[in-house]
Design a protein around this ligand. Sequence first.
Ligand SMILES: NC(=O)C1=CN([C@@H]2O[C@H](COP(=O)(O)OP(=O)(O)OC[C@H]3O[C@@H](n4cnc5c(N)ncnc54)[C@H](OP(=O)(O)O)[C@@H]3O)[C@@H](O)[C@H]2O)[C@@H](O)CC1
Ligand SMILES: Nc1ncnc2c1ncn2[C@@H]1O[C@H](COP(=O)(O)OP(=O)(O)O)[C@@H](O)[C@H]1O
Ligand SMILES: [K+]
Length: 552
Amino acid sequence: MTELLTASQMRALEQAAIASGEVTGLELMERAGQGVVEAIFEEWPAFAPAAGVDWGPAPKPPGYLKQEEKGPWRAVVLCGPGNNGGDGFVVARLLAGFGWAVDVFFYGDVERLPADARVNYERWSEVGSVHLWNDDAIEGRLDGFVSGDRSSFEHQLVVDALFGVGLTRNMPVDTERARHGFVPTVTHTPQSERPKYVAIDLPSGLCSDSGVNRGAFPTDLTVTFHRPKLGHYLFGDNHFGGGPSLCNQVSVIDIGLESSRADQPVLLMDSKNLAAKLSKNSCEHKFNHGSALVLSGGSGRTGAARLAARGALRIGAGLVTLGVPPAAQLEVAGHVTALMVKRVADADGLAEVLQDKRLNALCLGPGLGLERARALVPVALAAGRASVLDADALSTFADDPRTLFDMAHKRCVLTPHGGEFARLFPDLAEKLNAPAEKGPAYSKVDATREAAARAGCVVLFKGPDTVIADPSGRCSVHAAAYDRAAPWLATAGAGDVLAGFITGLLARGFAPMQAAETATWLHVECARSFGPGLIAEDLSEQLPHVFRELEV
Ligand SMILES: NC(=O)C1=CN([C@@H]2O[C@H](COP(=O)(O)OP(=O)(O)OC[C@H]3O[C@@H](n4cnc5c(N)ncnc54)[C@H](OP(=O)(O)O)[C@@H]3O)[C@@H](O)[C@H]2O)[C@@H](O)CC1
Ligand SMILES: Nc1ncnc2c1ncn2[C@@H]1O[C@H](COP(=O)(O)OP(=O)(O)O)[C@@H](O)[C@H]1O
Ligand SMILES: [K+]
């Protein structure tokens, strides 16, 4: 799995590499700039020099190029007051070396530029001019754009090097006019007729640690260094469309820190090794694959538990039983075939059913009803079996979450969506929703890690970005974004199926963290495999196809 870093982890890796004498900050900045230019040429081959990319000898300023060597392209580079701006000056110089006409606008104070950025400011200044932000040149250029006369853009590329991982507060308002002017993605201009917008490291205004949008515009391409940052994958505050909705696509450039590993990084899920974990041994029988019990609510509300139970069965649990109150037995029996049905009237009834030691995984929550959940959860948790608690099994403890956390044990997985999370962890939800003030914003990763530590078990916090953490701080993220986008998954009952998938994997003997991660991955793959028109019932039916694709 790929590491997702915070700003401070990235900074620590960079500083360790510099301190070890392996590399200088200036070399890192040069590689960063080269990586950005290469990524631009790769994304839009029309921009690439006909003779290919050749970094040496030092690129010539455009004035020295023969007419036939000059490219037809013009770029605007917006540079900020820190090292992100430094990367921008490198990109400007390299593009100029390939014959581009480049306009550099600088938001900051030259005297306060960090040393490496200052060197690259000077190097660029030997090649071209720097327009200060309040320069007439920027105003003159902007008048046409802002008044709506965008019939022909003078430039084909805008490079955003205003702020990267050093963003500490909301975007300054005085950058807005220029960004609106030069970055017309917010207009109705067809994509083919407008300049391409490329962000260095992060779209300026995107919080690297949380994905919160603090004033960024959506880009066409974001080029980052060494490892992706959390903010590229977390959606942050959805009201303003953070993280993946701003980056559009993320290109990760190797700048020579390859061997560096961060301390306790968050991992981005992928499908590596899944097939081996999911395959079944041909000489085993059904009891080797575990026996799951999904508890259902009363008559008229058994659908959610049936969805979960079918998910548990399809994902490979050997046996799946629905625990049903007497009044709903007939209704459930009429709907299921491969699933078994057992009467579970109340807490005593559950205790009796749990005498069967083969039942090794439990699922409580989907459609259970708040009252029934309050009665059954303590019995289920006291039995010490691997358990998934979802929906009503979480909400029923809204008035007293501590009671739930005291009962929860290491083999539990709690699967709240945003509303359920806020009921169990109101203080964490409040921090998560509060506007960020100084420094990186509190993130969904921070909140999930704190929640798992408090609950003493695995917490899977749902959403288009799903964050999973255990009490030790281990944490992984799965974003249904970029090449794994699954917007049709936002449908009623999808969460019930996920709870069933996790339960089925727990029955098969997966550890809680691994069950939660694997189920989340498969859940999104099922949605992608079905595509538009998906409803919750379709998810489990896609599993055989997804397994085949994974070569399980
Ligand atoms: N780490 C690495 O390995 C490598 C890093 N590299 C590059 O360096 C970038 C990080 O550089 P960085 O640390 O200098 O931070 P950066 O994003 O330029 O901003 C800091 C400046 O902005 C200011 N400022 C912040 N927010 C503001 C706001 N809202 N409004 C106004 N001002 C605000 C802030 O001021 P302050 O908060 O201190 O008052 C400070 O002056 C990184 O993203 C990557 O591109 C590469 O070269 C390769 C290797
Ligand atoms: N925009 C989205 N893209 C991908 N997955 C999503 C999106 N929105 C929600 N999901 C996923 O859909 C599921 C919804 O679960 P939940 O909110 O519990 O719904 P329900 O209670 O109706 O089953 C979760 O697994 C969540 O991660
Ligand atoms: K940027």
